[in-house]
Design a protein around this ligand. Sequence first.
Ligand code: ADP
Ligand code: MG
Ligand code: MG
Length: 879
Amino acid sequence: MAKYVYDFTEGNKDLKDLLGGKGANLAEMTNLGLPVPPGFTITTEACRHYLAEGEVPGGLDEEIGTHLAALETTMGKRLGQADDPLLVSVRSGAKFSMPGMMDTVLNIGLNDESVHGLAKQSGGNERFAWDSYRRLIQMFGKTVLGIDGDRFEHALDELKGKRQDTELSTAELRELVGTYKEIVREETGHDFPADPREQMRLAIMAVFDSWNSERAVLYRRQERIPADLGTAVNVCSMVFGNCGDDSGTGVAFTRDPASGRQGVYGDYLSNAQGEDVVAGIRNTIPLQDLEQLNKGAYDELMAIMATLENHYRDLCDIEFTVERGKLWMLQTRVGKRTAAAAFRIATQLVDQGLIDLDEALLRVTGDQLAKLMFPRFSTDAERTLLTKGMNASPGAAVGKAVFSSERAAELAAAGEDVILVRRETTPDDLAGMIAARGILTSRGGKTSHAAVVARGMGKTCVCGAEELEVSISGKRFTAPGGVEVTEGDVISIDGSTGEVFLGEVPVQDSVVVEYFEGAADESDELVQAVHRIMAHADSVRRLGVRANADTEEDAARARRFGAQGIGLCRTEHMFLGERRQLVEDLVLAASPEERKAALDALEPLQRTDFIGIFQSMAGLPVTIRLIDPPLHEFLPDLVELSVKVAKGEATDKDHKLLEAVRRLHEQNPMLGLRGVRLGLVIPGLFAMQVRAIAEAARQVEGAQAEIMIPLVGAVQELEAVREEAAAILAEAGVEALIGTMIEVPRAALTAGQIAEAAEFFSFGTNDLTQMTWGFSRDDVEASFFSRYLELGIFGVSPFETLDRDGVGRLVRIAAEEGRKARPDLKLGICGEHGGDPDSVHFCHEVGLDYVSCSPFRIPVARLEAGRAALESAGSGDTR
Ligand code: ADP
Ligand code: MG
Ligand code: MG
């Protein structure tokens, strides 16, 4: 029979799938001998069963009963026992951390009798007992009974007036409990459940249900966490940070999650419980100051943090409580961090001898590297500093200030850049946080909700800008000196320094981009970390990395970024601008002579373009794709021409052009006269391009041309153009490979035949995705992809990450059958997917020779190619 409940002594950190991250790590700490209050974990499997069937699996209640009985024996008291109660917390905890997204209820087991027992237990601290009781009703009411939390908050605010919560007297807290119970009766028609076991049972189900709460669903979609994992539930005996000044609760990191530097980073709040620290109800103190308050607990905490770092060999974040001087550990996990910190920490750990370079490489991701390449604010620009808060999550964000999550989402949907400004954020602000370019709060530290969530999403965040007076209802804030910013005013926030500026500050390249450009300060710690990890990625990767580049400048930058050639050089832009007129001549040519004249005029221009590119890439291969788009794309607009004609302003040529535009009009241009079809229908067009390539290659030393034919679906098409091209090359005495794109499903399915006529394949996965799914790529993303994502039809757009099951299957078939027909067939990919981390891993797995992507994605592709090589060699989990 399935085992659904694990004591903390039974689990370990590798059981995250089953016990969730929190449960697995509570077990790990327990087994390390750290002070963890005893408890047990109900598995994610039980949750999945409950969510699927609408009831808990058979036997679960008994199993929970057995574990509770064992806990009661260990603790020497029974759950909710009137004279000496055991109290527990019921805590959510999924495989991937979802900070604040799901529910936790503390102090379960209290009722009108056991509250006296708790007071007695604490040496007569009645105030503490009633404070715990009111917290229970409040949390239980909100999360289990679904009552609007504001009702409790209001009652509390009314009672305390301008005082702190710690100043409420015992009598007042008693009164508050009465009010809370009244709220519960009003809202639910029932009394607050006094039976401790009933409280626990209901709380467990509420945690299960919270997996599907709106905000949890939204967070998962944002973070690409699968929807079907379910959450575990931890039942943990209570320890109390709210029983006086010698008690408190805190959160900490073993290193600075923003920079990676070692040191003491955390917040502590005296005489407080649970969420008080992150919710910002009172101002926290820096963790260092705990040393003064309680040296014993502080020293023990420092020792435990060192133990955890060595044990997990990584940055950990922790939650702890001090109960009357005694330290208790309530949570740890490998902590979220900024992209810069990820690189720094990985190399720091290598230097400390805790991990090797392989592991360091596996601990950073292409997405993180991409984040480091974002621009930052220019320091030369004139800027009006409004205030400085905490640098919670790096980046440079500019946008209109908005003061509510709804407004942020609204304006963002209308295409505006916004900065969400709040006093502090709560999980209810998630939609606005996702929509905003950046987040600014006036309260809370680096461990506040805003900071943690923003870092997780890689969003710029400045928090705790305490000098700002934020008025949410007035939709404005006031900065020191009286400057007022109201909704719609543009501000700029710097998440790396914590600075907040009025107006738009111009941005400049990131230091990592400068590094790739060869222009960075080499003593910079981040630059060094990136350099070491990139060097290692290059040394272990098997995949080559090329660039999609159409101009000399792009080619040169790509080379600086580490491109090993060009995988896609499009030629269509070479027909734009002033050269349009020549294309018009070509289209309007009435005789072979006129056509030839038009082509002859284009040829030297093309040649010059190619010379520039070959020079930038000398010594490296350059794949040039012959003209691909339909010709009417180069002609004037139908409406414009019609207007001219109607106004009587049209020239003779305009009349002819209008006729040509009408003639060339297609219902489905993406499926029309383009690619190889053009080459076959317009005599001399491809030949002109091939001559220009051959001549340019002859002139540039080290030129390595590869000629690529687009949109081939049948080997016969390729053979027909190949023959002509091969003859031109032979005549010029230039050697160049001739190959094809694989972007039509039929090409993938007949790859064995096509390989007979192709020396290389390059997967054009944009078109291949479009044609495999039947998705018009110019339309669907805007029109209905968001709905598809919502429905979970796919977790990410197939234009972003290669669809392994469908499009990927075609790639696999083509790669295998192509290589069977021609063992030395070169294989690459040149769609957008070439720079997407997951797709790069796929390309490695199917054995492509290289990926090709836009210049800015090249470092990402290099890094991910290295990780893919390690991953397939079995070096570990790269999620
Ligand atoms: P989250 O996943 O949102 O961090 P937790 O389950 O960690 O939620 O609970 C939030 C806070 O409640 C913890 O950080 C801790 O301070 C407090 N807490 C939870 N369980 C206990 C307990 N058994 N004793 C004391 N405090 C607890
Ligand atoms: Mg927690
Ligand atoms: Mg294409």
